[in-house]
Write a protein that binds this ligand. Structure first.
Ligand SMILES: C[S@@+](CC[C@H](N)C(=O)[O-])C[C@H]1O[C@@H](n2cnc3c(N)ncnc32)[C@H](O)[C@@H]1O
Length: 185
């Protein structure tokens, strides 16, 4: 059983959104399982260690703490506006040695700007991002669909742009519905 001191350290006493690296990204007592669900889903769908993964809104690395050790060096890419979240995720969950060994690439912006990654992504994941975006970001979100389509089209699936755009729209709809979170809590 976890003692009270550990629960406090992990932010179990806090509300989702509070300024703690676990609470900020969701219920602290689900931090482990949310990351594990994403890891299980993508490995079930075929993610292998040699693949390249883009994690949009990677936060304090609830999933990154599983994906980063799994993927080969340079395989994990993240986009996150809150630099402190990533830093505390590394400090508390991964450790700097693993970062040196696995060399994840993380950029900090809220413009969904991941075009500069010159990488062919095999998987793109964006969980609980659109559903948590502010209303000011609606315009950015519309642009994002095109960007995701472009990533899938140019950098990944090598299918037609129409196919990629349809996939990107489905991704956005799924993110807005946020089925994992709704079903889980
Ligand atoms: C509810 S948390 C989810 C974190 C993580 N994806 C997960 O599933 O546990 C939402 C995350 O999206 C990030 N975020 C908010 N606006 C964003 C944007 N415009 N681009 C990328 N990430 C964003 C937040 O900083 C936060 O880390």
């Amino acid at each position: 059983m976890m003692d009270d001191k550990m629960k406090e350290k992990l932010g179990y006493n806090l509300k989702p959104g509070d300024k703690h690296y676990r609470a900020f990204v969701g219920p602290s007592n689900r931090f482990d399982v949310i990351g594990a669900m994403k890891f299980n889903l993508l490995t079930f769908l075929g993610l292998r260690e040699h693949h390249f993964l883009l994690d949009i809104g990677c936060g304090s690395l609830p999933a990154g703490r599983l994906f980063i050790p799994y993927l080969l060096p340079g395989g994990y890419f993240g986009v996150e506006p809150e630099r402190w979240l990533v830093e505390e995720g590394i400090e508390n969950e991964l450790g700097k040695d693993l970062i040196t060994i696995k060399n994840p690439q993380i950029v900090y912006n809220s413009e969904f700007n991941f075009k500069n990654f010159k990488t062919q992504f095999d998987f793109v994941i964006a969980q609980s991002i659109f559903s948590h975006a502010s209303s000011e970001q609606k315009g950015v979100m519309a642009a994002t669909v095109d960007q995701i389509a472009e990533v899938i089209f140019k950098q990944g699936a090598k299918r037609s742009y129409k196919w990629s755009l349809e996939k990107a729209h489905k991704l956005k709809e799924a993110a807005e519905r946020d089925p994992f979170i709704r079903n889980f809590f």
